[in-house]
Design a protein around this ligand. Structure first.
Ligand code: GDP
Length: 392
């Protein structure tokens, strides 16, 4: 009996041991490995867009701005929260876009500098300099002027130790003309809103530019109303409505085919009634013929001015269209008093010389440049920064 009791005791003890071991394993697995310090307590977010795949996640000790909605915000609160975007702040936008400008235009300046820094500036070299400038769409007249000035200065100052970079920078800057007033007239007089009329051919980037300008104004605490007067393209009206919704800006629109002038009139009327700072009016860009265009834009401007004066007429030009774009620019400047140029798609073109060509042709300054399809990819044009971007 004693032996049997001992056997039972041993079996019971072994059984208990096994159960304890298995339970321990499971509990151990649930608990997981001992956490490394500081890897699981903070909320971890990746900054949108910029974060590269292989970058370590950024750890924030205070609550992050972007939280996964499903896990952090209750459904009912999400529905009530306004889905407004906050446009990018001016400082970060300008730094980012300056780099992008240097990326697309840098090759031009570097090419010129390399040619101008040669030991011997012979005829072949001057010809290559001329070709480089013409290829960058600076235009024949300005190219010849620049080459002439560079020849003279390099001959006179070449031996005195003045470096080619300094000469090239000064001459390019003179050509771009830093003295032009490039401020956007977005405010009206006597408590009236500023009225910005945006014109240009379809596809140049008009609607996108209207949306981008409204974001810049919102970021600077201006109140804005948009007028979707490109009523011939239903998509343009929808597109502008979306731009407005994203930043909480009212968009005045009419059904497809409505008279553009009546939409423009209503938009400015709404702006006046609400006492906003700026009304921006998108227009149709059908380049049917000069008379038709003149009738259409002339009427839009006339009816707007029954409410408030137009303070700025911006011509939107696609920088990648070269000579064709210049011809369009000429037609528009003949039918409406253009006060500023917006050059779009400079991110996709190394032909920044068009800045010089179009300013010469129309006698009005480039005021803004489009540098991408992103919502905040629009920058004020600054002559010094532009030349610096060219020279890298
Ligand atoms: P609209 O017909 O003149 O109103 O032209 P849209 O505003 O519809 O623009 C036509 C296309 O150009 C769209 O795909 C825009 O995203 C694109 N676009 C506009 N501005 C820029 C820019 O600065 N850079 C680039 N890469 N694309 C742009």
């Amino acid at each position: 009996m004693d032996a049997l009791a001992i056997l039972i005791l041993v079996v019971a003890l072994v059984g208990l041991g096994l159960v304890a071991a298995v339970t321990g394993l499971i509990v151990g697995r649930r608990r997981g490995p001992k956490p490394l310090p500081n890897t699981h307590t903070d909320v971890i977010v990746k900054p949108p867009a910029e974060a590269a795949e292989d970058e370590p996640p950024v750890e924030l000790s205070s609550p992050p701005a972007t939280i996964e909605p499903e896990t952090e915000v209750p459904e009912e609160l999400l529905e009530e929260a306004p889905a407004l975007e906050r446009p990018e702040g001016t400082a970060s936008r300008l730094v980012r876009l300056r780099q992008r400008l240097a990326g697309s235009q840098g090759a031009l300046g570097r090419g010129l500098l390399a040619l101008l820094s040669r030991d011997r500036l012979d005829e072949d070299t001057w010809e290559s300099i001329e070709d480089t400038l013409l290829t960058a769409d600076i235009g024949v007249g300005p190219t010849q002027e620049l080459v002439e000035r560079l020849r003279t200065r390099m001959r006179v100052e070449g031996g005195t130790g003045t470096d080619a970079r300094t000469v090239l920078r000064e001459e390019l800057l003179a050509l771009v003309d830093p003295s032009m007033d490039r401020r956007l007239q977005v405010s009206g007089a006597d408590g009236q809103p500023g009225v910005v009329l945006v014109v240009g051919v379809n596809g140049a980037g008009k609607t996108t530019t209207v949306g981008k300008i409204s974001r810049i104004l919102v970021a600077e605490d201006h109140s804005v109303v948009l007028g979707a007067a490109d009523t011939f393209r239903a998509a343009a009206v929808e597109q502008l409505a979306t731009w407005g919704e994203r930043v909480g800006v009212e968009v005045v629109r009419g059904p497809e085919g409505t008279d553009p002038a009546s939409v423009a009139f209503e938009a400015v009327k709404e702006g006046v009634t609400r006492g906003v700072d700026t009304v921006i009016v998108d227009t149709a860009g059908r380049l049917q013929n000069k008379a038709g265009l003149m009738d259409e834009l002339g009427k839009v401007k006339r009816v707007i001015e029954k409410q408030a004066p137009v303070t700025e007429v911006l011509l939107v030009l696609d920088a990648t269209t070269g000579q064709n774009g210049m011809i369009q620019a000429r037609v528009f400047s003949e039918v409406v008093d253009v006060t500023g140029i917006v050059l779009t798609k400079l991110d996709g073109s190394a032909k920044g010389g068009i800045v010089v060509a179009v300013q010469r042709e129309l006698g009005v300054p480039v005021k803004l440049v489009g540098l991408g399809e992103g919502a905040d990819d629009l920058a004020p044009f600054d002559a010094g920064a532009f030349v610096d971007a060219l020279l890298g």
